[in-house]
Design a protein around this ligand. Structure first.
Ligand code: GLC
Length: 751
């Protein structure tokens, strides 16, 4: 008791001292003070050189703090799917640390395919904990560039073709990451929709397409997600590089959207000091690099926002107004991250993170086709299962560009299947084809030896032989993040599967009726064999738990509930960017261009009509439509109803539909709401996604799903008046299970 009294006395005595201590601390170091006061206090203590020092890189992935004042450096890390391994101070090559392996989460196309905002929050929380544990202040992701062409090398890092889906799915990811005191850096702002000529393409498009298609996900990231940083894109818009662009940064991002965070350049995206000063760039990284491999050494003092900027101030051409605003935003970022006293400690490679990756994968894998209910694999019948294809073995977490990782582990599809069914059935393997036998990126090696001496014909013969006597054949192919096969800085060269996979698949289909094709990719591919193959699964790049998630879906432990976040066209000419152009750029300019430095114009002639907006308008039959995905159970929809049939502009309207699980096992369905404006003064798509809800139903269970919308869901961007407008008139609410699977239509009127 006595001891307690003494302790209490002690603490009572020390308390005022502590309080005095805190009060004595300068404001910028006092965590009880509001951030804005701390920013101003720190700013006025900094010298001109110190201010210049904090607005550009000091190493490949860090920017300087103010050592004299105890203001810490800021550390950036890729990427959207996991925490990139440490590189040397001024190199892209590995630093060779042994504590920087990570969990690879599934690619963001898979996250989008879950159509489940809870999965996005789980994803952000998990990857944010890994970034926090690795002491990183900014996570260079997520990417939300719209899927304009299936040839774009980086679509696997993004969230599909629809702005509403991408906007809903990016917000929880941001919140999950930033709850760890780590900033997200939503990228690439904006109009980076291809990798071909990514540094020199000047995108030309109408304002409606810009505001209705390409900006909404970024706007949601800023206004709802409250992202603390945004990354400028490489390409140009209106003749200015996106990293220092008057329209995108000063007018839209800052003035219209009220963004208070920092704008970070892409690595090598800065090209002009004066533009960087006046057009809102705050943190210059990677100048003179291609963002991946080559780069100038230790040029940090020569960065556009380094001594060249200092000289312009010293010459009197510029004052310090712009500089102080840049420093304010960098300091604000620092107080939210590096100097955030409340942030949690994070964790790395935890079982929880592995489980999160597996769950997100299981929710994102899409069952595209399942004739004769070949799937799920019936283990009571399966005595021998043939697994065919290089992607059943090949590590997918190494490669693909800046999102490449050094993982703690990666379960291959073959290993996942062996683990899950090896005790009940014989699992045999045949390669079937040779794709990309390499397995290293920036010095990270997969450790796999995929060298192959046999000819294609020998490999094909072996695969067919193995398939003949199997109860099931699981072909696992697709793309593989090597050059031109879903990879940064290189677009695909066509829609077809590479490496003669179509031939292998057709031959397998001839010898086994229980053929399942799993396509591992971040893009749509052509499927000339679609009518020969009973079961088709879109497998995505699934990260560390790939094999376990895939096996779980194929044997039916998990019931697939993913839906496509982009259209699978039958052929490239069915894609607006290819039918109407321009892709990959203005033909004449490309033909006469003599240097890689030449700016090439890329006109988005299709305007708003991207993805299902284009196939709807032109009545184009798709291979598989946006929003498509099957289940091992079935669902019935009742007739949808509305709570009113006319609404005023400041009103809300609610649509309700009953959905019933008419199968014999629990499943999840994504009920989609599209809005159709029956008459408008400007052209509009036939319908546009304006709501979705993922609902779990036990066998026989029925639930009511409702959507409440307001005028925003009816509005389009009027580029004449530069404002969003909902025009009075007739509308329809379209309840659907995909862009073409319409379950019911409810007419209503806006007064
Ligand atoms: C790359 C990418 C960007 C990445 C950055 C750092 O070139 O475009 O997404 O975060 O440079 O690696």
């Amino acid at each position: 008791m006595k001891l307690k009294k003494i302790m209490l006395g002690m603490s009572l005595m020390t308390l005022p001292l502590l309080a005095q201590e805190t009060q004595k601390k300068p404001v910028y170091l006092n965590p009880t003070k509001p951030i804005e006061e701390r920013v101003e206090d720190a700013l006025q203590r900094m010298t001109l050189e110190e201010k210049i020092g904090v607005i550009h890189a000091q190493s490949k992935f860090s920017s300087a703090g103010v050592p004299r004042l105890g203001i810490p450096e800021l550390w950036m890390t890729d990427g959207p799917h996991g925490i990139r391994p440490e590189v040397l101070w001024d190199e892209w090559e590995q630093a060779g640390w042994t504590n920087d392996s990570c969990i690879a989460f599934p690619a963001l196309t898979c996250l989008a395919a879950t159509w489940n905002e809870d999965m996005s929050l789980l994803y952000g929380k998990s990857i944010g904990e890994e970034a926090r544990y690795r002491e990183k202040d900014v996570l260079l992701g997520p990417g939300v560039n719209i899927y304009r062409t299936p040839l774009n090398g980086r679509n696997f890092e993004y969230m599909g073709e629809d702005p509403f889906l991408a906007a809903r799915m990016v917000v929880p990811y941001i919140k999950g990451v930033q709850a760890n005191g780590v900033a997200t850096c939503v990228k690439h702002y904006a109009l980076n929709n291809q990798e071909f000529n990514r540094h020199t393409s000047n995108v030309i498009l109408d304002d409606r397409a810009l505001h209705e298609i390409y900006l909404p996900a970024f706007k949601a990231a800023v206004q709802e997600g409250k992202t603390w940083t945004i990354m400028g894109a490489y390409n140009l818009y209106k003749g200015e590089h996106a990293c220092h662009n008057q329209y995108l940064i000063n007018d839209i991002l800052r003035r219209d959207w009220g963004f208070d965070g920092a704008v970070v350049s892409d690595w090598g995206g800065t090209h002009d000091t004066r533009q960087a000063i006046t057009n809102g760039l705050d943190l210059e990284f990677g100048s003179w690099t291609d963002g991946l491999t080559m780069g100038a050494t230790n040029a940090y003092d020569n960065y556009y926002l380094a001594s060249p900027y200092l000289k312009l101030i010293q010459s009197g051409e510029f004052g310090t107004k712009e500089l102080d605003n840049k420093v304010r935003r960098v300091l604000r970022l620092g107080f939210r991250t590096a100097m955030n006293n409340e942030k949690p400690l994070g964790s790395l490679n935890s079982p929880e993170h592995g489980a999160a990756g597996k769950k997100i994968s299981e929710e994102g894998i899409v069952l595209l086709q399942n004739k004769n209910n070949v799937l799920p694999i019936d283990l009571s019948k399966a005595k021998k299962i043939a697994v065919i294809g290089e992607n059943a073995l090949k590590m997918m977490t190494v490669g693909g560009g800046s999102s490449s990782l050094k993982v703690k582990y990666e379960i291959s599809p073959f290993d996942g299947l062996k683990t899950r069914i090896g005790s009940q059935a014989q699992v045999v393997y045949a390669r079937g084809y040779v794709g990309d036998p390499s397995g290293s990126y920036n010095g990270v090696i997969s450790g796999q030896d995929l060298t192959e001496t046999r000819s294609f014909d020998e490999l094909l013969a072996e695969a067919v032989e193995v398939a003949k006597t199997a109860d099931y054949v699981v072909f696992i192919g697709g793309l593989n993040k090597s050059k031109h096969q879903d990879c940064e800085d290189s677009d695909r060269l066509g829609l077809e599967l590479p490496y003669q996979q179509d031939k292998v698949i057709s031959e397998l289909a001839k010898v086994n009726k229980n053929l399942i094709v799993v396509n591992i990719s971040g893009n749509a591919v052509a499927m000339p064999w679609v009518n020969e193959v009973p079961a088709i699964v879109q497998g995505w790049y699934l990260g560390s738990e790939a094999g376990n998630a895939l096996a779980s879906i194929l044997v039916g432990d998990a019931n697939p509930s993913g839906k496509l976040p982009f259209t699978f066209p039958v052929k490239l000419d069915d894609v607006a960017a290819h039918r109407l152009g321009e892709y990959p750029g203005n033909k004449e300019e490309l033909a006469r261009s003599t240097s890689k430095k030449d700016t090439i114009n890329v006109s988005y002639n299709e305007g708003l009509f991207v993805g299902y907006r284009f196939t709807d308008k032109n009545k184009i039959k798709t291979l598989f439509p946006f929003g498509h995905g099957l289940s091992y159970t079935s669902f019935a929809y009742d007739k949808p109803v509305a709570d009113k049939n006319t609404m005023s502009v400041n009103d809300k309207i609610t649509f309700t539909v009953k959905v019933k699980n008419t199968g014999n096992r629990t499943g999840k369905e994504v009920v989609q709401l599209y809005i159709s404006d029956k008459k408008s003064s400007l052209p509009r798509p036939i319908k546009e996604l304006k709501g979705f809800a993922k609902v779990e139903l036990a066998a026989g269970e029925e639930k009511e799903v409702s959507f409440t919308i307001a005028k925003e869901a009816l509005s389009f961007y009027n580029d004449k008046t530069a404002e969003w407008v909902a025009e009075p008139g007739k509308f329809e609410a379209v309840i659907a299970a995909s862009a073409t699977d319409i379950k019911g239509v409810v007419p209503f009127e806006l007064k």
